[in-house]
Design a protein around this ligand. Structure first.
Ligand code: ARG
Length: 282
């Protein structure tokens, strides 16, 4: 069986579709209502800070152009993954994607609920390394404010939510099986923060990618089953009511021994010089 490399999987939806078609035989078993793999459907009102990034021009209308997730950390501030805005994902610089939007308050992508908001400014972490997958975050400034109560607080460095064993939830519209089953509704999966050594062993470097504990966070289930997957990138990993990570990369979705790798929120806060409080980003 051919297993795709983590690099091949560390791609957003559009390219991941091609990448996931090949390893069908080795894909994780499909389950009817997973997220994210191994998850369950959720109402967006339960996680109003989970937003979709869309471009119908670039990704077509079938799923309203959804290609990545994002998370509102202020009424006009959304965090997402830097790789979601890279040329590989978008086919050019993000400024050229004229219909790039943040869709908020809409669980079913094909419904008319919530709002589609234009992106006023895009700041991609200049420290993002596309090959090493480090520094995988970007800040979007919205053209209009989200409703009050839409933003989630970010866990500062040292917050107990980062401790291994902590229960966490990941949200997204990504592949629910690892075989290219993209839902139109928002899903969530319960995972746990795993110790850095689990990801260091799974991702020692080379073909499969390298885990860096200072800027990345390891989460999933030791025995697999629940995980983020292609199309979830940029979306939130939440523990103790606070944001602790952004979906970034991983090996095969939901497989034992290939946990999910997230951008560590405390490293984002450090880079941005934010303190993590509810009003860090206005
Ligand atoms: N890079 C993927 C994306 O762009 C996310 C992959 C997460 N994979 C995982 N096994 N946790 O959507």
């Amino acid at each position: 069986m051919r297993h795709p490399s983590a690099r091949a999987l560390a791609r957003p939806l559009a390219l991941a579709v091609a990448a996931t078609v090949i390893p069908l035989m080795s894909a994780a078993p499909a389950s009817a209502d997973s997220v994210v793999v191994g998850g369950f459907p959720v109402e967006v009102s339960e996680s109003p800070w989970t937003v979709a990034l869309t471009s119908r021009d670039r990704f077509g209308g079938t799923r309203a152009g959804q290609f990545c997730g994002g998370v509102a950390v202020g009424r006009t501030t959304v965090l997402t993954a830097a790789h979601c805005l890279g040329a590989e994902a978008l086919g050019g610089p993000p400024e050229q994607v004229r219909d790039l939007k943040v869709v908020a308050g809409r669980g079913d992508l094909l419904s008319g609920e919530g709002r589609e908001i234009a992106v006023r400014d895009i700041w991609v972490n200049p420290g993002h390394d596309d090959v090493a997958n480090t520094g995988d975050f970007a800040v979007l400034t919205l053209g209009e404010a989200l409703p009050p109560g839409s933003a989630i607080a970010m866990a500062p460095a040292g917050d107990p939510a980062y401790e291994p064993g902590t229960a966490a939830v990941v949200y997204g519209w990504g592949d629910t099986s690892g075989a290219g089953d993209y839902p139109t509704t928002l899903h969530a999966a319960r995972v746990r923060v795993l110790s850095d050594s689990v990801c260091e062993q799974a991702y020692p470097g080379g073909e499969v990618g390298q885990y860096r504990p200072d800027t990345m966070l390891c989460a999933g289930e030791e025995h697999g089953g629940r995980d983020a997957c292609q199309g979830d990138s940029g979306g939130p990993l939440v523990a103790g009511g606070k944001l602790i990570g952004l979906v970034s990369w991983g090996g095969e979705c939901g497989r034992p021994g290939s946990p999910g790798v997230y951008t560590r929120l405390s490293a984002v806060l450090r880079t941005l010089g934010w303190d993590g409080g509810a009003d860090a980003a206005s």
